[in-house]
Write a protein that binds this ligand. Structure first.
Ligand code: PLP
Length: 428
């Protein structure tokens, strides 16, 4: 029995489905999960010593790749000073400063432990600020697993084909309106039908949980105008796009300023973190200043914060984003050419350093279109790549993440092996 099989057998005994987060179980592609032993730069080595070029990147958190020297050193020295205090520390303010200097709409911020907490708390705050209850979200956008947001969410819920989740009472999503992504007219209609009742519109400014789906020109600025006109708040969930699409995230790239922003992933450098922030007038409603309660034993954890600081400091070197863009473009172009040569119906959709290869004839604009992709072809492609040493996110509806550690040689290897993998994907 291989080391991986042994670990998976143990895990199956201890954890529901053998995992601690559903997509890791490979249900969308079949087969058995890769058991990670260690990661360095662009690669992950499994428990049996097989090495893969990794495009999961801890689901987008590891923009500098695995075990970046700055991050490892920051984490070990922070841990040596104390792993948790439950008191204010200097490093929390250092991380906040780095974020506030980079993300245009954030004047004040609250650190939490996950993206889920960030989105859930931002919406509680939006409801309190506006005195309204209804929330608009978009089908295929994932904002974590808080009850009120588990309505037509993307990510693992697409993978598992669950329309929502069991255990979420209808009352929890009674005020959640789910509309098609990229469809401004349905947002206009919703505001007309519910005047003065909508607290917030929450959106992934570039969607990455139904595969990468880009906003149409005018979609984000249209949301800004509609929310402002009605007195609702615009919440950008930049848990993935924050510090991924550039230091200022999607809001800088698209020049649209939301009222509240959710962050996570990259700002923790691979350790558990989340954050939400925005205009001071809104954020100051949070306890202890105001009546909106939200708290956390490990919030602002010094070890997580140190990894985030090391990551953001490294990203201050603007050349890194230019290099990332170049690497990701070479990868996307190479994959598109290879698919075309193999005669495969595939569209490579890329935004900065995240991309999805949709096994579909055209670029999707929303969840319905994304779901038309051939998930069986993707599963065959996934396994053909895995056998050749390339680890992709194990679902058609997730983004691949390129890190600053991916080299031209990694890209070349990926594109080369993709030729055979596309042929295998098609041969069914
Ligand atoms: N928001 C977005 C856009 C995400 O992609 C995710 C997770 O993938 C979340 C929120 C939830 O974050 P977490 O998994 O840290 O709770």
């Amino acid at each position: 029995m291989s080391a991986s099989s042994r670990i998976l057998a143990d895990s199956a005994r201890y954890f529901p489905g053998g995992v601690n987060s559903p997509v890791r179980a490979f249900r969308a592609v079949g087969g058995t999960p890769v058991v990670a032993r260690e990661g360095h730069g662009s690669t992950v080595t499994d428990a049996d010593g097989r090495r893969y070029v990794d495009y999961v990147g801890s689901w987008g958190a590891l923009i500098l790749g695995h075990t970046h020297a700055d991050v490892v050193s920051a984490v070990s020295s922070a841990a040596a000073r104390g792993t948790s205090f439950g008191m204010p520390t200097a490093s929390e303010a250092d991380l906040a400063r780095l974020i506030i200097q980079s993300v245009p709409s954030v004047e004040r911020i609250r650190l939490v432990n996950s993206g889920t907490e960030a989105a859930m708390s931002a919406l509680r705050l939006a409801r309190a600020y506006t005195g309204r209850s209804k929330i608009i979200k978009f089908a295929g956008c994932y904002h974590g697993h808080a009850d009120l947001l588990l309505a037509q969410a993307g990510s693992g819920l697409v993978t598992l084909g669950l329309p929502a989740s069991a255990g979420v009472p209808p009352s929890a999503i009674a005020d959640t309106l789910v509309l098609p992504y990229n469809d401004l007219s349905s947002v206009t209609t919703a505001f007309a039908e519910h005047p003065g009742a909508i607290a917030a519109v929450i959106v992934e400014p570039v969607a990455a949980n139904m595969g990468v789906v880009r906003p149409r020109p005018g979609f984000l600025s249209g949301l800004r105008d509609l929310t402002a006109d009605d007195g609702a708040l615009l919440v950008f969930d930049e848990v993935i796009t924050g510090f991924r699409l550039g230091r200022g995230g999607a809001q800088s790239r698209y020049g649209v300023r939301p009222d509240l922003t959710c962050l996570g992933k990259i700002i923790g450098g691979g350790l558990p973190i989340g954050a939400y922030g925005g205009r001071a007038a809104i954020m100051d409603l949070l306890a202890p200043n105001g009546p909106v309660y939200q708290a956390g034993t490990l919030s602002g954890n010094p070890v997580a914060v140190s990894a985030g600081i090391a990551t953001l400091q490294r990203l201050a070197d603007g050349r890194l984003y230019a290099a990332l863009e170049q690497t990701a473009a070479a990868l996307a172009d190479g994959l598109a050419d290879t698919a075309a040569s193999a005669g495969v119906r595939a569209r490579v959709v890329r935004e900065a350093s995240m991309l999805t290869v949709f096994f579909a004839g055209r670029e999707p604009a929303d969840f319905t279109e994304a779901q038309q992709a051939d998930t069986f072809a993707f599963a065959r492609f996934f396994h053909a790549m895995l056998r050749r040493g390339v680890l992709l996110p194990p679902s058609q509806f997730e983004a691949w993440f390129v890190s600053t550690a991916h080299s031209a040689a990694d890209v070349e290897h990926t594109v080369t092996v993709a030729a055979a993998a596309f042929r295998e994907a098609q041969a069914a």
